[in-house]
Design a protein around this ligand. Sequence first.
Ligand code: FES
Length: 214
Amino acid sequence: MTAISQTADGAGDPGAAKPAADPERRAAVITACVVGGIGCAGVAVPIVASFGPSEREKAAGGPVDVDVAAIPLGQMRVFEWQGKPIWILHRDAAMIASLKTHDTLLADPYSKRTAYPTPPYVLKDSSTRSIKPEYFVGIGICTHLGCSPSGPFGANENPQLGDEPGFVCPCHGSTFDLAGRVFKNKPASDNLQVPPHQYLSDSIVLIGEDKKKA
Ligand code: FES
């Protein structure tokens, strides 16, 4: 299946027509944020997506490729796949280190729960939940009732996280670490989903397909 290219600066595929917002696809994302009737108040990172011409509409649902090299260190960009917000967080060394120290605070530190199965190829290191430690690829939809968490926040930047860096769901207060693992005693009991994905090169990630099981 043909992959759709998305770029971290929002420019999209160079060969694409000028992006035009597709209300249906945007609505799908927004709907995911408001399940439960509560708004998606705290989305901190805008979706970077190419809402393209009719060819793209035909390819909707297929894999999308992203060049992660364009994402600045320490920052996150949001892309779109199957109408879902796909987070790619470029973690720096301190962010990665933060994941090694708080297993006892997490509800499912090793991603063993099966409601939203985590691809096994990102669990070679259960703390990073990624193929490459520096890039977390996750679905930015809270596993409680579908809001989109805000973040990433650094340590002591958000009172709900305290001295842990991570994400906060604005709807009912679930908190997640920088690998999408949910903290204990929160409304959400499952970690954020990791979509199927694989690296096509050092920096190009294909989201929606993992035949290589990279
Ligand atoms: S939707 Fe309820 S905590 Fe996220």
